[in-house]
Write a protein that binds this ligand. Structure first.
Ligand code: CUA
Length: 155
């Protein structure tokens, strides 16, 4: 069988590039030690209620105008069900779940996260206006999905 010269050249070029890419990958992982940073952001789903900060869900002041808001999603509620936060404060939402995938959306805001068993979700937000805001689970999570909501009172 006769292979055209250009065709042969491109076949060889493709083969060489493939080998170079594999070599670069091996070099980066083995020789340079580049890899994902450990187990940061992960959590054992079965130990959520005993693992800090989830052993103490709720609002915790961390600075002059800064708060951690620790929330656990569960079929079909949030822990805690209701929280109070000051208007204008920097709120660092830290949330997870231990059973199935849930959503965490605060009505009328850009706060929108997925809660995934084994993962910790984080997001920072400031409320500009006082009022009552609904927290809604927006990932279908079973028969009680439509009853899964919480409340944030901004004052
Ligand atoms: Cu939780 Cu839908």
């Amino acid at each position: 069988m006769k292979v055209h010269t250009y065709e042969r050249a491109f076949l060889i070029l493709g083969g060489v590039l493939l080998v170079l890419c594999m070599a670069a990958l091996v070099y980066a992982t083995v020789a340079m030690g580049i890899h994902l940073p450990g187990r940061a952001g992960e959590i054992e789903p079965g130990k959520v209620f005993t693992t800090p900060p989830f052993d103490n869900p709720g609002v915790h002041q961390t600075g002059p105008n800064q708060y951690d808001v620790v929330i656990i999603g569960q079929a079909w509620r949030f822990h805690p069900m209701e929280i109070r936060v000051p208007v204008g404060a920097e709120l660092n939402f830290i949330a997870t779940t231990f059973d199935v995938i849930h959503g965490f959306h605060i009505e009328g805001t850009r706060v929108n996260m997925m809660l995934i068993p084994g993962q910790i979700s984080r997001l920072t937000y400031r409320f500009r206006k006082p009022g009552e805001y609904l927290i809604i689970c927006h990932e279908y999570c079973g028969a009680g999905h439509h009853n899964m909501y919480g409340k944030i009172i901004v004052e």
